[in-house]
Every structure is written in C-alpha cells, then in structure tokens.
Design a protein around this ligand. Structure first.
Ligand code: PMP
Length: 284
C-alpha cells in the first residue's frame, strides 16, 4: 500500500510526491532534516527535535514555510493518514528551488517534505545481541552540529561496515571517537562511569543522547563528557549508541575486539528500558 506523503502544503500518494530538479536540497545538499520516533502512535522527544530543527535552520540562515503548531499538525495528520503506530517521521526543509548558483538565491521559497517509516523500534533483535562496529576515519565536514542532508560520508561508512560483515562504524578524528555514522557513541568504564563526547561542532547534538544522559544522572550513574579513543572503548566495561531510530543500542565488539563480556551490558540494557518506558509516558 502506498504511503501518503506531505510535500509543500499537500498530502499526496508517494508516487505523486515530487520536487523541482532545481531544488537546492537536491543540487547542493542545501537542506536540513529531523527524524522523530513514533511509539504507540505518539511522538517521542518532539520538542527537542523541533528545537534542534530551528537551531539548524538558524545556523544556515534558512527559512521554513510553516510555524511550529502547523508542523506538529502535519506530523499528526501523517500518523493518522498512514495509521502509523511505531517507526519514525522524516522531515526535510530545503532552501528551495532556484537556478543553480553557489550564492543563496534572494527569492527562493523554502520547501518542506515529510514522510512516515513504519518499523519496530522498541522490540529489537539487534538490541538483544548487540552491535558490532568498525572504526574508520571521520571524513565529514566541520559543522556536524548542523543536521544537513549531506549524508554521503556516513553512507560510505555504513557500506564499509556492511562489507566487513558488521553492523555500523564509529568515526575517528585526531585519535578520538567523534560519534557513530548516524548515532552518538558512549562507553561505560569499569568503575561504572558513563563517558560520552562533549557537545561541539564535531558531533550532532543528539536528542536521544540528551534524554539518556538525563535519565542516567537521575538514576545515579556518574556521567563524564569527554572524548575517548577506540582503545579505551575496547577496554571499557560496556559501549552503546543512541539515536531516535535505535533508541539505546548496545555495542559488543569494536574492530573485532569484544567489549566487556562481548554481550549487551547491564547499564546499556537498563538505559534502553528506562528510555522506552519514559518515552511511552512522555510522548505527545
Ligand atoms: N549523530 C549523527 C551523525 C546522527 O546522524 C544522528 C541521528 N540522525 C545522531 C547522532 C543521533 O541523534 P538523535 O538522537 O537526535 O537521533
């Protein structure tokens, strides 16, 4: 069955959802996006995703054709029209269509596209067995805090992991892990401290990361925001990633070396359970 997609003010079957070949999102990756998880037919961490969207737009001096109330209404309408109970809603804002030129056009009208993706996220076989990752150089640009649609580097990273028979890749810059290809990377030291890279232009400021760190602190886990190396992660008690698409996902192997006992650890399992439970309570 075909999805109903939102494109620039209209709800249309996906086969009829089209944008201009002059769209700057298409020509220049001049576009930003968000992915909000859906659980039990409701939006998870929605306020956080909207706040980050506005931050990304502001950093790129880009407009958006609708206000926040309209944006929320579009999310709800898409969930209703597609009977979406669990999965995600993808949202993309582009600077709009204009004759190809590096300089921003004066008269482009910003574009907006949203679509749903139905998927099981709470029940996950991968969460049961844990992810295996490889480490690769972080070849992305210097403003990873802006959630742009330039996703070729992470895409190549995931392909390299796939060809190696692994689940994902962690990105390394100056000897330190920045983040995963599409998620934030965390470790738990042998004394039980959750270590995660601090916020900067080097990583995306994950919405799931922020919620999970808050839950960890509330439940008495010590949190240290600092960079760590692949070697430190390999020797840690546990490792895990966070994202809106994966929630909390244990990492059990890095570059062929088992982390801890090589099975999902207690801290990652507990944080995953808390995150799902709280999301179900707080989703809107
Ligand atoms: N880092 C990168 C590079 C990502 O692409 C993502 C998810 N899009 C994340 C981190 C996780 O962010 P969030 O928890 O907001 O999904």
């Amino acid at each position: 069955m075909s999805r109903i997609v939102y494109v620039n003010g209209r709800y249309v079957p996906e086969e009829q959802a089209v944008i201009s070949v002059f769209d700057r999102g298409f020509l220049m990756a001049d576009a930003v996006y968000e992915v909000t998880a859906v659980l039990d037919g409701r939006l998870v961490d929605f306020a956080g995703h909207m706040a980050r969207l506005h931050r990304s737009l502001g950093e790129l001096d880009m407009g958006i054709p609708v206000n926040d109330a309209e944006l929320e209404a579009i999310h709800r309408e898409l969930m209703a029209r597609n009977a979406l109970r669990e999965g995600g809603i993808y949202l993309q804002v582009t600077r709009g269509a204009a004759d190809r030129d590096f300089v921003f056009p004066d008269d482009a009208v910003p574009g907006l596209v949203l679509f749903t993706q139905a998927r099981e996220i709470a029940a996950s076989p991968l969460a049961e067995r844990g992810m295996k990752v490889i480490s690769i150089p972080d070849i992305r640009w210097g403003r990873r805090d802006i959630k742009t649609v330039q996703l070729l580097a992470p895409s190549l990273g995931k392909m390299q992991a796939k060809r190696a028979g692994k689940d994902d890749a962690w990105l390394v810059e100056d000897g330190m892990v920045t983040e995963g290809t599409s998620n934030n990377a965390h470790i738990v030291t042998r004394d039980g401290t959750l270590v995660t890279r601090g916020l900067s232009n080097a990583i995306l400021h994950g919405i799931t990361r922020a919620s999970v760190l808050a839950f960890a602190r509330e439940t008495g886990t010590r949190v240290e925001e600092r960079a760590f190396s692949v070697a430190e992660a390999q020797q840690a008690a546990e490792a895990f990633i966070t994202s809106a698409s994966a929630f909390v996902m244990p990492v059990v192997e890095i570059d062929g070396v088992p982390v801890g006992d090589g099975v999902p650890g207690p801290v990652a399992k507990r944080l995953r359970a808390i995150y799902i439970e709280e999301s179900l309570k707080q989703a809107v």
